[in-house]
Design a binder for this molecule. Sequence first.
Ligand code: HEM
Length: 439
Amino acid sequence: MSDKTPNHFLTDMKCPMSLDEVDLFGPGAQEHWYDAYPILHEQAPVYILKGQGLAPGTDGYVLTKHEDISMVVKDPERFPPLMTEAIQEMADSGVDVEKVPNLNAMQASMVTLRPNMELWRLHKQELTDPWVGPGANRHEEMIRQHATDLIDSWIDDEEIDFIHQFARPLPQRVMASVLGFPSEDIPQLAKWGEAQVKSFVYGRGHLNQLNEEEIREQFVLLDGFKEYVQEKVIEKRKNPQDDMITFLTQVEYSPLGRKLTDLEVNGVVYAMIIGGLETTQYALEEQAQLICEHEGLFDKLKNDRSLIRQFTEEGMRMRSPTQGLSTRRTSQDEEFQGVKVPAGSVLHLRFGAANVDPDEFECPYELRLDRKAVTRHLTFSAGPRVCPGAGISRVEQQTAWSLLLDRLDGMEYGEGNDFRHQPGIMLGTLNLKLKIKKA
Ligand code: HEM
């Protein structure tokens, strides 16, 4: 225990010392994920979740090796994403998606906009890439402005609440600006964002399951979101602005040869909110902790800004915001690391473990600013279904650190941090007090 970093000490659950003590999904498990990964890599690189498959009596399989996950995500025919079949069936049946119960706007829009892989690719290329993918560099100045405003609000303080005064509001403000929502609506948008990710925080087991009552509660919490976006869509159709919603109302989507309906725009916006807020927050807060834990790192980055990119990538590799997702299925009998996995099995892709796989990364638990091919981590997944928001998240992280290094002369842990992480599948501490030194 003594050689571990502080945010991996605390737990409601005992630290696993052997394979039979490993539990990635029980209460408190999030405090010991990084204690479990070396055990899994050595003894059970394919970890079987007995009886936790999609159908009763079947198993789930946790993949922890970089080579396995990399292969799976790059081959969607052999390993189809879980939702794909249901979406494809709905598309083929011509069902009215508005009438399907418990289908949110994003899922509804998938039926018409991206029911198969080819359309998935075009959806990304034509609808999201220009705003949150490779085209995200255009937002650098806007991001810089939001980050500056946040820093201005606490720069004269000695101690700050890094999450609530910086890491959390920054992506909220950035996504509101990208989409074209007014800043006064951000608190409400943040609440809707929290409701959207509820299953990833409070859902049980590797499938992040909510019970019926919780699903109903989630829909109640999201009540008003669709109408709100709908109002904005109508407003922007009448009065176009320079923002992503206006773009979505105007663009002609080539595979359909037409413009998007209001519901489809709503679905794309839903995806941007669900994906774009907490993930980047967690990346920033874990990076701040890496700085506090590595003496001299702040100064090194301050003196050589060309290292910021390498630092943020290593941060995402070592402390991946999205630790794992049960999002793929085997379409045929498979074998991973000598373990037979029958056709139709659900695969939990453990991105966090793949990113510290010693067969892929030399000294994986070391932060190395000179690591070669640093972006080969799987934090954003890879292949045709790779995270469409990786571009903007990277610009946010790099811009944030560039400004923090400009405005500060140092940061260290403040008083009273307990380093507890929120439950679920995301890696993020709940609070983070930092002592800062103004430049
Ligand atoms: C550090 C930040 C982020 C991390 C770690 C992250 C991680 C991921 C991962 C692992 C996936 C799953 C890909 C797969 O199934 O192969 C994903 C999908 C996705 N992400 Fe991100 N993401 C981040 C930021 C963002 C941002 C900023 C946005 C939006 C602007 C976003 C939007 C999405 C969407 C829409 C999907 C696809 C969901 C679907 O299957 O429809 N993400 N992301």
